[in-house]
Design a protein around this ligand. Structure first.
Ligand SMILES: CC(C)(O)CC(=O)SCCNC(=O)CCNC(=O)[C@H](O)C(C)(C)COP(=O)(O)OP(=O)(O)OC[C@H]1O[C@@H](n2cnc3c(N)ncnc32)[C@H](O)[C@@H]1OP(=O)(O)O
Length: 257
């Protein structure tokens, strides 16, 4: 399928999506969010894809939601249309989704990265929620996910002052998993994505679901949930193959089912 605001490329079992509105620093307009969801739908349906990488350019992962598009919106309509509801779907995918962030990840760009399962950052990355400077507040989950990622003090400070965080601070604070020289970011992200894509798909999807449950439930409920899906994974071919391969001292041949 041909898209106007993103590029897609399959590399082995990894589906790569590159945000591609360079003139607007990958600002997220409605078309981009729609195309991103279509591409994710496509990779989710494709049984040959085991992991997805979302990236932007060296200058900007995404400089936020499209301010020009938003500037003309009015209250009753934005409420009726449930503006940005479609963006929620990005973070509701089953397959592992890694953000490779170089340059600006501001506002909706930071929120988009936070919807991914983890973030690898280039050493030039800058994270921020500058909505306060526009007289608004984060609207795609920033107040919720940033606070879960960083804790109240840093999230509150960033959202109230609009201060940006560099890659090193973001790694120390636990927002990003690893930082790489920007020229190596995609290569390193693809390496991790390939490693994940070679594992059994049911086990990567269930692991992701169980970890995400942490943010929605109590410890006791979470542990019960984990145990139930641990039981369920014994219905898969790959559980048998993985354990038999260990016993027989050979590499597992996962069928992703
Ligand atoms: C989703 C919500 C609800 O949470 C809300 C949001 O996301 S609100 C948006 C939050 N983001 C911002 O406030 C960042 C806005 N951008 C900037 O501050 C700067 O562009 C910069 C610091 C990221 C980069 O500055 P610079 O290198 O000087 O480049 P510019 O000349 O400013 O930008 C180049 C080009 O891109 C357009 N642009 C940049 N960001 C956006 C945006 N968020 N929406 C729409 N367009 C954006 C900018 O207007 C320039 O285009 P032209 O005007 O020259 O055509």
């Amino acid at each position: 399928m041909a898209y106007e605001t993103i590029l897609t490329e399959v590399k082995g079992r990894v589906g790569v999506i590159t945000l591609n509105r360079p003139k607007a620093l990958n600002a997220l307009n409605s078309q981009l969010i729609e195309e991103l969801n279509l591409a994710l739908d496509d990779y989710e349906r494709n049984p040959d894809i085991g992991c997805i990488v979302l990236t932007g350019s060296e200058k900007a992962f995404a400089a936020g939601a499209d301010i020009k598009e938003m500037s003309v919106l009015e209250y009753p309509q934005i409420y009726l249309d449930d503006f940005f509801a479609q963006a929620d779907r990005i973070g509701q995918r089953r397959k592992p989704l890694i953000a490779a962030v170089a340059g600006y990840a501001l506002g909706g760009g930071c929120e988009l990265a936070l919807m991914c399962d983890f973030i690898y950052a280039g050493d030039n990355a800058r994270f921020g929620q500058p909505e306060i400077n526009l007289g608004v507040l984060p609207g795609i989950g920033g107040t919720q996910r940033l606070t879960r990622a960083l804790g109240k003090a840093k999230a509150m400070e960033m959202c109230l002052t609009g201060r940006q965080m560099d890659a090193k601070e973001a790694e120390t604070a636990g927002l990003v998993a690893q930082v790489f020289p920007v020229g190596q970011l995609l290569e390193e992200t693809l390496k991790a994505a390939n490693t994940i894509a070679e594992k059994s798909l049911p086990s990567t999807m269930m692991t992701k679901e169980a970890i995400n449950r942490v943010f929605e439930t109590s410890l006791a409920e979470g542990v019960r949930f984990e145990r139930r899906i641990f039981h369920a994974i014994f219905a898969t071919h790959d559980q048998k193959e993985g354990m038999n391969a260990f016993v027989e001292k050979r590499k597992p041949d996962f069928k992703h089912q």
